[in-house]
Unconditional design. Structure first.
Length: 423
């Protein structure tokens, strides 16, 4: 009997599908590509709503209906080859047309489905069959930021200035005449991804600058508070300092919530950007900088700023926690001192009560003995007269025994009502 076939891991199909999740699309030797990058709002279900809107557009336009199993969808319209890609927090919309197509915002590619999203990046790549970027095209770029470099070890050339035009598109010129069809298509995809991840990597920089003032305010307040902790000698002052520290902790926690994901995503996008730039295999030319050098000089400092801000926030949070810990210890010590004082007061009060109890007990013994002797004097008056005994002498002799009996009785009563171990 044949052995049973092994059971697939639940994630095997997803892992296998990931290899082909975003296939390279073949690009003709002369064409114009445009890409828009849209960021989803930070609300629950935003990406799914965009997907369902795109699904409805495909159904209405007669395109193949997309499924959630794949994240890249392509379809044809008159004059355009359109590709949608869904990422974790952004969507890219790319379309390809002829070099003479000047329509930057066609109405048949599904823009309406992205009404909830915000545009963060837009680029245009003109692919030509030239071996190098024609000289006549170079003056159209901004000279101070011109990037013009050989790619694929000299088999192609790319030019851009990263300056958006009137329609907000950043222009790239790609001379790919010496590249094979596959290499040309791969280079185009890498250039699209370079611009996509360049914008996404720097998305955290404006946020870092925006919260820099709040973070600096927390740092200054914390420094002043820590320096004043030694003067907080009363419980009220300590409680006031602790309340201020808790307020700072809430403020720093709110900043962490705002910055944490954005900075982590920026670092991840930066790593992808570096890999895509390295895969272009650039060589510098005499006419402009390389993309790697130009982007590195701008993206790396931006990411470093975000990393520094994240580190400062972590340091502030640690300082706040340490200060709160010190105050908690101070409060604990003060409570121990107060408890010791209370215990001393209780002990002093207990001793006073004990001495008072002994005093009352002695006075009670004398009083009870006095009244008992008085009663005995009446009880023994008759018998003593019959026996011809002196009454006064008899009571004098009986007095010590009466006092002793009363004292023993009082002691027995006290022992009966005193817990064990406290006699």
């Amino acid at each position: 009997m044949a052995a049973p076939l092994p059971v697939d891991h639940p994630y095997r199909q997803a892992i296998m599908a990931e290899v082909h999740a975003r296939p390279v699309e073949i690009v003709p030797e002369a064409c114009r590509l445009r890409r828009l990058v849209f960021v989803m709002p930070a609300v629950s279900g935003a990406m799914m709503r965009v997907f369902h809107a795109f699904e409805a557009f495909c159904i209405e336009a007669g395109h193949p209906v997309p499924t959630l199993a794949s994240r890249q969808y392509s379809f044809e319209t008159p004059g355009h080859h359109v590709t949608w890609e869904f990422h974790t927090e952004f969507v890219t919309l790319t379309w390809r047309s002829d070099l003479d197509d000047w329509e930057n915002w066609p109405d048949d590619i599904g823009f309406a489905a992205l009404a909830e999203a915000q545009l963060i990046g837009a680029m245009r790549i003109d692919v030509t069959a030239d071996g190098t970027v024609p000289d006549k095209l170079v003056p159209g770029f901004n000279l101070p930021s011109l990037c013009l470099a050989d790619i694929e070890n000299g088999n192609g050339q790319v030019a851009t200035d990263f300056v958006p035009d009137a329609d907000r598109f950043t222009r790239f010129e790609l001379a790919a005449g010496r590249l094979t069809t596959l290499r040309r298509s791969i280079v185009v995809r890498r250039l699209l991804e370079v611009e996509t991840y360049r914008t996404m990597a720097l998305l955290g920089l404006p946020l870092a600058r925006e919260v820099a003032g709040d973070l600096r305010s927390i740092e200054l307040d914390l420094t002043a508070l820590v320096e004043s902790l030694s003067a907080a000698t009363t419980p009220a002052a300590v409680q006031q300092s602790l309340g201020a520290l808790h307020t700072m902790s809430v403020r720093s926690g709110q900043l962490s919530e705002r910055l944490g994901y954005r900075f982590a995503a920026g670092q991840a996008y930066g790593e992808i950007l570096r890999m895509r730039l390295a895969n272009l295999r650039e060589n510098s030319t005499a006419r402009g900088s390389t993309l790697t050098h130009y982007i590195g000089n701008r993206v790396d400092p931006g990411l470093a700023t975000c990393a520094a801000m994240e580190k400062r926030l972590a340091v502030v949070s640690d300082k706040i926690e340490r200060a709160i810990g010190l105050l908690d210890v101070r409060i604990g010590v003060d409570m121990q001192v107060q408890n010791a004082a209370v215990l001393d007061s209780i002990a002093h009060t207990a001793r006073s009560q004990f001495l008072l109890q002994r005093t009352v007990e002695g006075l009670s013994t004398i009083a009870i003995s006095y009244y008992l002797l008085g009663i005995l004097s009446y009880l023994l008056a008759g018998p003593l007269e019959e026996l011809h005994w002196e009454k006064t002498m008899t009571l004098s002799i009986a007095a010590p025994f009466v006092v002793l009996a009363v004292w023993l009785m009082a002691r027995a009563v006290r022992r009966a009502h005193t817990p064990a171990g406290m006699h």
